[in-house]
Design a protein around this ligand. Sequence first.
Ligand SMILES: [Zn+2]
Length: 257
Amino acid sequence: MNYFKRAHTLYVLHRHSIPHDLWEENTHSLVVLKGLSAVEKAHLRELTTLFLYRKKFIGAQGLELTQEMCMIVAVQACLLVLKLEIEFFDGWSDVIIYPGAFRISRDVTDSAGVVHHEENILSGESWSRGPLILSWEDVEKEMYGKHPGRNVVVHEVAHKLDSQNGAANGMPPLHPGMHREQWTEALSSAFEHLQQRLAHHRRVCLNPYAATNPAEFFAVISEFYFSSPDVLHDHHPKVYQQLSLYYRQNPLQRFAM
Ligand SMILES: [Zn+2]
């Protein structure tokens, strides 16, 4: 980071620092933060400060956003880049929060060139260079870990990271030292395994939505990685290992503490 950028970052961290009480009250019970060390929490607080400063939060359908709500979203988003860089979130600015699940209707062109009109009810959505869109009802429902493997903030932010190198396809830009073949082998065999079990109506450990396509698979395994790491590790150790290389964290160890 150059001198001026660094000086500005320090200014923001100082000028817009999150009040201690607000931080403590709203982070101590978030399940995905379980087991973080004091140093990691302090760094996460800085990342969250920068996120809140750089992103524009917009309440949709009349939703009045509070400081607490924005912080709860921001801190969970920043957890994904705790060992990466806040610059991984460059290139987009808006976080739109709906009170609950929202309806999206759009025209989609299929491979034969035929246009279909689609209507979907969603709890979250993210566009590669556009906004991050969330349903507050779902954020709130999932933040205490009552729905293991579900975290809409992690899901949508994983899509954002995935789309850093073009359209989301289940492979974000890998770090030096990571191997595309190992990533592809681990994730595609778990993806195919999931599809086969679903085709035979057998029980699956992941959210079946992961079988939709590789991009959704990456978003769902990221949800498990951060909110139910034991399930992902037990059933798909190679996938857990690849995510650990990518996110540079070890939630399994944190959760065991
Ligand atoms: Zn998704």
